[in-house]
Ligand binder design. Structure first.
Ligand code: V47
Length: 379
């Protein structure tokens, strides 16, 4: 660690270093300087200092299983390679699917038998599945696997549920019904980039940031914890990424002040162009990934955990990032349909616990198995 008074390669980082060491909040101009700097090592040191202040050398992972219930979706987001169009007259495209409740319960039970503490369940906006499908799903998993934490449905799906109920339920009523059925927390997906220009160009039909924040605000008011994401490396600017982070920071200030729950974790998602309508774009480089993770740690001083989701970052980059501000490696995952690793391979995407622990230990960190609420799991 460079001494707090030692001259830096990039003079623009000196006042930022002073702020970080004093525990002071960074602003937009600081974020821009961190994104522009060529002194990546000082950026890493500062992000690591902020990470160690909260978590020491601990690095968290969990035993989980991601389950996608359907890839049919009424939306056509340009960054997405996951969705399949649904034809109400049928037949459907051969690789379109919608799993039955029984199929999903079987997957969840298999995961629980293998030691999973969490299922992460999300899907496309299916045009015909009724709201009872989603409550039945939570209830059936809760009954079959009482100890399994159900982290499910992005804010976009929650808004979709308000639209398919008759009479229409509010966001609050949908969340209450799902919680009563067994839902424990919300994942962070669907945030993309909170900006009107990017929204218009890349995911026009999707509900906007107002709705995303309404869902997470309501969840926090009801005591349901949640995560937040940012999909970066497509058509957005650095300024737009930083504005996205600042909006989340502001929301979190309010949740911490006024609500029984808040964001637990920020998950920057590295855009994978293959198979999407933006396949001509190069996607983020390794250095952009590392820089974005480090800047996220420094800007989001009020969200305790920062996750490098290894499916999108690759296990190698996620490992390096453990010294650039990241404290959470996500989990064993097993199967992931939304993106294939680095745009290649199959959807079976699994790391064993031994592999994860080894990657973490080699980075000089202490591997800690956590549950979804970041409590250590003692086996
Ligand atoms: O909302 C879609 C993103 C998200 C692509 O909360 C893509 O712990 C990259 O939110 N390239 C879903 N990303 C995944 C997600 C998530 C993942 C892991 C952990 C957590 C958590 C949340 O995936 C979508 C969208 O933003 N996405 N297409 C793509 N081509």
């Amino acid at each position: 660690m460079t001494a707090a008074t030692e001259p830096l390669l990039d003079l623009a980082l000196e006042p930022i270093r002073a702020k970080v060491h004093a525990g002071q909040r960074l602003d937009l101009a600081d974020g821009l300087a961190l994104y522009r700097t060529r002194d990546l090592f000082t950026l890493g040191e500062l992000a690591n200092a902020a990470r160690e202040r909260r978590h020491g050398r601990k690095a968290f992972y969990n035993i989980n299983r991601h389950i996608n219930y359907t890839n049919f979706c009424v939306l056509r987001c340009r960054f997405c390679s996951f969705y399949r169009p649904f034809d109400p007259r049928g037949p459907q495209v051969p690789d379109g699917y919608a799993r039955s409740v029984d199929e999903i319960v079987a997957l969840a039970a298999e995961a629980a038998d293998r030691g999973a503490t969490e299922v992460h369940i999300v899907g496309g906006l299916h045009p015909t599945l009724p709201f009872s499908y989603y409550t039945d799903l939570c209830r059936a998993i809760r009954q079959r696997c009482p100890g399994l934490h159900i982290k499910a449905f992005t804010a976009i799906e929650i808004v979709h549920f308000t639209r398919i109920t008759r009479p229409r339920l509010s966001i609050r009523e949908v969340l209450l019904a799902l919680r009563e059925a067994g839902l424990d927390s919300l994942p962070g997906g669907g945030a993309e980039i909170f900006d009107d220009r990017v929204h218009e160009e890349a995911f026009r039909a999707k509900v906007g940031e107002q709705h995303w924040f309404d869902v997470h605000r309501t969840a926090h008011e009801l005591g349901l914890p949640s995560n937040a994401t940012m999909l970066y490396g497509h058509i957005e600017s650095i300024d737009e990424r930083l504005q996205h982070m600042l909006k989340l920071r502001e929301h979190q200030d309010r949740s911490l002040r006024e609500c029984p729950a808040a964001f637990q974790c920020f998950v920057p998602l590295s855009f994978i162009p293959a198979g999407s309508a933006l396949a001509h774009l190069p996607g983020p480089t390794g250095l952009d990934d590392l820089r974005t993770l480090a800047v996220s740690r420094l800007m989001l001083d009020n969200i305790p955990h920062l996750k490098a989701f290894w499916v999108m970052h690759s296990p190698k980059l996620a490992q390096v990032a453990l010294n650039w501000g990241v404290d959470d490696f996500d989990g064993t995952v097993v199967w992931y349909d939304i993106t294939k690793r680095e745009g290649l391979g199959t959807n079976r995407q699994e790391l064993t616990v031994e592999q994860i622990r080894q990657l973490i230990a080699e980075a000089g960190c202490e591997p800690v198995e956590r549950d979804t609420l970041y409590q250590p799991v003692i086996r």
